[in-house]
Design a binder for this molecule. Sequence first.
Ligand code: GTP
Ligand code: MG
Length: 146
Amino acid sequence: MILAKADAVVRGLVGEILARFERRGYTILGLKLMHVTQDQAKRHYAEHDGKPFFPGLVDYITATPIVAMVIEGEDAIEGCRATIGATNPIKATPGTIRGDYGQTIGRNLAHGSDSPESAQREVAIFFNDQELFPRAHVLGDWISAK
Ligand code: GTP
Ligand code: MG
C-alpha cells in the first residue's frame, strides 16, 4: 500500500507520485483522498510507537487529507520501495520520489509497505472491500467501443 502523505497533497505532487507507479506498470486496485484518524495513524505506524519522532509522525499524516492507494504487480513491494527511495530524502537517489522532491526525513512525501504482511495489515486499516477493484484493469473491451 502506498500513501501520498500530507506534504505531497499540499504541494500538488499527487499526480507526479501516482504517475510513477502507473508508468512502471503497476495496477491500481484502490485509490482515495481521505482524512486519516489518530487511531488509523497510530495503528499504521505502530512499529514506531515510543520513538521520539512518533507523535510528529502521527501529526504529519493526520494534518491534511492524504491519498491512499493499493497497487499490485510483480515484486510490487520491492519495486514501489525503490520508486519511493530511501527514508531520508537527502540520501535518496535522484530519480526516486524522495530523491527528486524531498529535503527532510520528517517530510518525505510517500509511504510504501515494507512486506506483503505489512501491506495486508495496512490495506485493512485504510480500505474496506467495496473500495478495492481488483478487476478494473482487465475490462479492456470498454475502452475500444465505437
Ligand atoms: P514509510 O514508508 O513512511 O514507512 O517510511 P520508511 O519505511 O522508509 O521508514 P520507516 O518505516 O523507518 O519510518 C516511517 C516514517 O517515519 C518515515 O517515512 C519518516 O516519515 C518518519 N521517520 C523515520 N525516522 C525518522 C526520524 O529519525 N525523524 C523523523 N522526524 N521522522 C522519521
Ligand atoms: Mg516503513
